[in-house]
Design a protein around this ligand. Structure first.
Ligand code: CAA
Length: 389
């Protein structure tokens, strides 16, 4: 069924009681804890540290982690539902959630040793600490095999040297998964993934990026100069680092797709509400066909994006290959996020262009979903390779 373009067999449109409860809890949290102050945090580039702590306490930072490691033991569908609700209100909080859940926790749980799980995962899963995933470099974004950061094998430790760029949770994290080249002559087969703790001598958090959107998210460059990383902190076999990164990103893309979906549905809900309140030419603007057609198109695209997100999550939960499905979900949902938020600003008119109405922020936040965890162009490479296999 790898090349099928129909919905996956067994996929159900019916959410379980548990999934509905997770969705409701995330919605309640987003409205009561994230909405207050979201405009100020965006303006001041303030990381939602307290809110993330609470999200950890509620189980949103390690949703899919086995309860043995303090996780929520939930499925990926619940994760998509929660990501959508959190992202409707605060995409800066949701990217921290996404990276921690699907890149850091999942990567360590799936490929880490028991010692790594006990030492790191048990704390990452509760949000007591958060993690970062460090693949991108000044000269290696989309072209991820061209890693310049080196991890020289020194016997019982690696000597890490290099720079990472645009790292989400860059300063707030305590644990960093760093991708680095050990055997340059082996190309991507010589790359390793190492767990590096903040505070390790030679590891410096660099400048904070001043961004267009997700301004509450804490994005930094990182510098490593002769950082000694114990061998036991390597994830997987020697040379598994690139495969680790690709495999982890396949799941990460479900999180970002759900984030894009949430940004779109948040902007849509605000637009729908506004269109019933705002009057022009003697009636609510929702009574004008110009607005009705916009709302119809937004709603249709959002539903389609949600189905792709849920399909990718479903396949992941079934332990089926979800590479193509997650890339499709991210490609489509991020496009929808961009289109819907632009239309949301348009529906709000002059009010849409100012901060108080939220939609201008959602429009700025939407753009990154077409860039991080693989640009839209990279998703098309992934999808076409899967189709043509
Ligand atoms: N899943 C599993 N394995 C994969 C894979 C995938 N999606 N894509 C590639 N691989 C494997 C290949 O099978 C291959 O292994 P073998 O040699 O054993 O066959 C190996 O990885 C190398 O692959 P390619 O030969 O295809 O490498 P390439 O250079 O031609 O292209 C790419 C690879 C798909 C373009 C890859 O470089 C890529 O995905 N780039 C985008 C990187 C990215 O997503 N960066 C995001 C940064 S992280 C981030 O944004 C986090 C954050 O903070 C929010």
């Amino acid at each position: 069924m790898a090349s099928s373009t129909v919905l996956t067999p067994g996929f159900s449109f019916q959410l379980t009681e548990e999934q509905l409860a997770v969705q409701a809890a995330a919605r309640e949290f987003a409205n009561s804890e994230l909405l207050p102050g979201v405009i100020e945090r965006d303006e001041l580039q303030k990381f939602p540290a307290e809110q993330i702590k609470k999200m950890g306490e509620l189980g949103f930072m390690g949703m899919m982690v086995d309860p043995r490691y303090n996780g929520g033991g939930m499925d990926s569908i619940s994760y998509v539902l929660a990501m959508e609700e959190i992202s409707k209100i605060d995409a800066s909080a949701s990217v921290a959630m996404s990276v921690n859940n699907s890149l850091v926790c999942w990567g360590i749980e799936k490929y880490g040793t028991e010692e790594q799980k006990q030492k790191y995962l048990t704390r990452l899963a509760t949000g007591e600490i958060i993690g970062a995933f460090c693949l991108s470099e000044p000269e290696a974004g989309s072209d991820a095999t061209s890693q310049k950061t080196t991890a020289q094998d020194m016997g019982d430790y690696y000597l890490l040297n290099g720079t990472k760029n645009w790292i989400t949770n860059g300063n707030s994290a305590s644990v960093y998964i760093v991708i680095a080249q050990t055997y340059p002559e082996k190309g991507h087969k010589g790359i390793n993934a190492l767990i590096v703790e903040k505070g390790t001598p030679g590891f410096v958090v660099g400048k904070k990026e001043n961004k267009l959107g997700i301004r509450g998210s804490d994005t930094h460059s990182l510098m490593f100069t002769d950082v000694k990383v114990p061998k036991e902190n390597r994830i997987g076999e020697d040379g598994f680092g690139f495969k680790f990164a690709m495999s982890t990103l396949n799941g990460g893309r479900i999180g970002i797709a759900a984030q894009a979906l949430g940004i779109a549905s948040g902007a849509y809900e605000l637009s729908l509400k506004y269109s019933k309140e705002r009057k022009a030419f003697g009636k609510e603007i929702s009574q004008h066909q110009a607005i009705q057609f916009k709302l119809a198109e937004m709603a249709t695209n959002i539903d389609a994006a949600r189905l792709l997100c849920l399909q990718a999550a479903y396949l992941k939960d079934q332990h089926a290959d979800f590479t193509k499905a997650s890339a499709m979900a991210k490609l489509f949902a991020s496009k929808v996020a961009m289109e819907v938020t632009v239309e949301a600003v348009q529906i709000h008119g002059g009010y849409g262009y100012v901060k108080e109405y939220h939609v201008e922020r959602l429009m700025r936040d939407a753009k990154i979903t077409q860039i991080y965890e693989g640009t839209s162009e990279i998703q098309k490479i992934v999808i076409s390779r899967e189709i043509l296999k």
